[in-house]
Design a protein around this ligand. Structure first.
Ligand code: ADP
Length: 739
């Protein structure tokens, strides 16, 4: 190869090398540039990271300082809390979930003084052991192991009930343990020694006061009882004295003695009753009784004052309400006597209305009985109402002070009603009247409930003649409920303008504004209504029977009219026989025994009483009667006389020496099992308490009369019990008196 060629080759090679060099240089500078950029990005990142680090460091510093402050605060709070816990007088301790003591205050630990073992970490179980082993706790007769087991069982419960323990030094501690989350227990030991002592002192004081109160009541009850016996003598004798020839002045004195005696006896009865309730000696008895009859009996007893004051006493006993209940008859009668008696006492004109309604409950065989006693009397100021059921509370104002009373009646009434599970209330408006109501749930005496007859077949249209609105309303309702059509007239004259052939019966009041019932009957008969049955209602039927015109009417219904009498009267009319009526009606109505031509012997009455005054009273009260009366002084003599005198009736005092009245009665009843006869025995008792009758009747006595004896009642009983084969007990003009 030539030189040129070699040179060209070298040149080409050099050129190629130079190109390569350029290329590499360009690549290198591109790489450098890239590197430069990366380096810049990195350094920026480093800067940012550094700033972040700074930031975090700052925050850390702040958290650290906050934490320090918080810790300091917690420490202070903990110190304060612990300080407080230490200062309280009651024991305080914490236990962990394994029942190990975490911490306890000084009061808690004080009972374990000198026992180093009791500190944080000790188990509850061991604490219990120490308490008994060291005699810290007074466990009485209980065995230590039993006590510990009992406490341990209590501790294991989710919510241990608080309990009281007694320490060796007589102190009482109430232990309250509260279980928290995770099984921790906070235990609090409250020292209740002073309140336990106060309670015990209070209890003793109350027991003493109650015992003193009971002693006072027993004393009062005994005193009242003792006062009654001589008082009975005074009242009985003065009643007899009124029947002897006396001049006007003497009559006044005797009546004053009798009235004062009666008033004193009623006060004593109230005090006796109230003391018995207070002394917790009052028990309620359960016996079947007729509520309607009871209300009517109470009404009858109050009739004299009702008549004297010119009031009307009405009874509205719901026709569909049962009348036979089980309860304490004596007490129910006492409640009614008080409420109806008050209504009569505090009413000078208008009426007293006793309304009885109720809701029978067939499932429980009982009845919610609701009795309301309404009057149109003086009423009670609203401000005085809350006090009248309290003891010795009477409305103190001029109008009221003219009335006598102990102020105990309503207090006794309320106590009795509450004892029977009932409620009592009053609504009143001064000058308008009052309404006292009570509600009792009484079991019904099943089987004996009266069923209402269907009268429609015989009787359908009644003309009711009554001027008194309240009575009109009651009778219209009752007759309506019996299915009768009722036309109402307010006067005799109205009857004549209204009467037509559809009327089957005229039921009229004796006291009408324009004429009386008998006059109306006369007028109707003389106007051609000869066959129309007429029944007259009167509060005083005796007056009507004495009237020669009474044969013009079919019958007399005594007001207030018992539902049974109303129904019976209507039933009787439906099978009415005129001829029979004219001859028999008044014979039937009288309480006298039927006359018999063959009667020879006198009725034999045996009277047992150890008190000579009472014997004398009874003797005098019966002196005008045609009876053979024998007196004995104790139960043994009663039995003897029962055998040889064969009495038709026995009056039996209850408390007598040797053998009392109840025992004598039981003996007689035993003897009668063989003979099959039963002599009526009437208890004469000085026990004023209505509840006492239960024991009396339970021993076989048929009736009881409380002293003082009243001639009228004694005579009525003898008349009622006179046997058919004995002579009439009332003779001559005496007989008229009891017709
Ligand atoms: P008291 O023996 O005085 O009648 P009560 O406890 O029965 O005692 O009655 C207390 C008082 O309540 C009576 O004194 C009277 O002021 C008042 N009071 C009771 N019932 C009536 C009534 N129906 N109308 C007006 N006031 C009455």
């Amino acid at each position: 190869m030539g030189l040129a060629e070699k040179l060209a080759k070298e040149r080409r090679a050099r050129l190629a090398a130079e190109r390569l060099l350029h290329l590499k240089e360009a690549e290198l500078s591109a790489a450098n540039r890239k590197l430069g950029r990366r380096a810049m990005a990195l350094s920026r990142q480093i800067d940012e990271t550094q700033a972040e680090v700074e930031n975090v460091r700052g925050e850390n510093e702040k958290v650290k300082s906050d934490l320090t402050v918080a810790n300091a605060k917690i420490e202070v709070a903990e110190r304060r809390l612990w300080h407080s816990i230490q200062t309280i007088q009651d024991g305080f301790a914490f236990f962990d979930g394994d029942s190990r003591l975490i911490s306890a205050n000084a009061a808690y630990l004080s009972v374990f003084q000198g026992l180093d073992e009791v500190r944080s970490g000790i188990s509850y179980h061991r604490i219990l052991e120490i308490l008994t082993d060291e005699g810290i706790v007074d466990i009485g007769q209980e065995v230590a192991a039993d006590w510990q087991a009992r406490m341990q069982r209590r501790w294991a419960r989710p919510n241990p009930e608080p309990m009281v323990i007694q320490l060796w030094n007589g102190q009482f501690v109430r232990v309250i343990d509260q279980r928290g989350h995770g099984g921790d227990v906070v235990s609090l030991e409250l020292n209740i020694t002073s309140s336990v002592r106060n309670e015990a002192e209070l209890r003793t004081a109350r027991e003493k006061a109650e015992a003193a109160n009971r002693a006072k009541s027993v004393f009062l009850a005994n005193m009242s009882h003792e006062i009654r016996t001589p008082m009975n003598g005074i009242v009985g004798m003065s009643e007899l004295l009124t029947e002897t020839p006396l001049n006007e002045e003497q009559k006044l004195y005797v009546n004053t003695i009798r009235n004062s005696g009666e008033a004193l006896l009623s006060i004593i009865n109230d005090v006796l009753d109230y003391s018995k309730i207070e002394a917790e000696k009052l028990a309620l008895y359960q016996e079947p009784f007729d509520l309607e009859r009871c209300i009517l009996e109470v009404s009858m007893l109050l009739q004299p004052s009702v008549r004297e004051k010119g009031l009307t006493l009405l009874v509205d006993y719901d026709l569909f309400l049962p009348t036979l209940f089980v309860g304490d008859l004596g007490r129910v009668r006492q409640i009614l006597t008080n409420l109806i008696g008050n209504a009569v006492k505090f009413t000078s004109e208008g009426h007293v209305l006793i309304r009885v309604t109720g809701v029978p409950n067939f499932e429980t065989q009982s009845c919610d009985v609701h009795v309301a006693v309404e009057d149109t009397g003086i009423g009670i100021e609203p401000g005085k109402i809350p006090h009248i059921f309290g003891e010795f509370n009477q409305v103190e104002d001029e109008r009221n002070r003219q009335y006598e009373g102990t102020g105990l009646g309503l207090a006794i009434t309320k106590r009795l009603i509450v004892m029977m599970g009932g409620t009592v209330w009053v609504e009143s408006e001064p000058g308008k009247g009052s309404c006292f109501g009570f509600r009792l749930t009484l079991p019904t005496d099943e089987g004996l409930q009266p069923t209402l007859p269907r009268l429609n077949d015989h009787l359908s249209h009644v003309m009711l003649v009554e001027d008194l609105e309240a009575n009109r309303a009651i009778l219209t309702k009752q007759l309506g409920r019996l299915g009768l059509r009722v036309t109402v007239c307010e006067s005799g004259a109205e009857v004549f303008s209204t009467l037509d052939d559809s009327v089957d019966l005229v039921l009229c009041d004796q006291e009408l504004p324009d004429m009386d019932g008998l006059e109306l009957a006369k007028a109707l008969r003389s106007h051609g209504w000869a066959e129309l049955p007429i029944v007259v209602m009167s509060a005083n039927p005796g007056v009507l029977t004495a009237d020669s015109a009474h044969h013009l009417i079919q019958s007399v219904l005594q007001k207030p009219i018992p539902r049974s009498e109303l129904v019976a009267g209507l039933m009787a009319l439906s099978s009415f026989d005129r001829d029979f009526r004219e001859e028999q009606k008044w014979e039937e109505n009288t309480t006298l025994p039927k006359k018999s031509a063959s009667v020879q012997r006198r009725m034999r009455v045996l009277a047992a009483d150890d008190n000579k005054t009472n014997q004398l009273i009874l003797k005098k009260m019966t002196k005008d009667m045609d009876i053979d009366i024998r007196f004995v002084a104790n139960g043994l003599e009663v039995i003897e006389a029962y055998d040889d005198f064969a009495p038709d009736l026995i009056f039996m005092d209850i408390s007598m020496p040797k053998m009392d009245g109840k025992q004598a009665t039981e003996e007689i009843r035993r003897r009668e099992i063989a003979t099959g006869r039963r002599v009526p025995i009437v208890a004469l008792t000085a026990h004023a308490m209505a509840g006492d009758d239960h024991g009396i009747l339970a021993s076989g006595l048929d009736h009881y009369l409380t002293k003082p004896l009243h001639k009228k009642r004694i005579v009525q009983i003898i008349v009622d019990k006179c046997p058919k084969d004995a002579r009439p007990v009332l003779v001559g003009n005496r007989r008229r008196k009891w017709d």
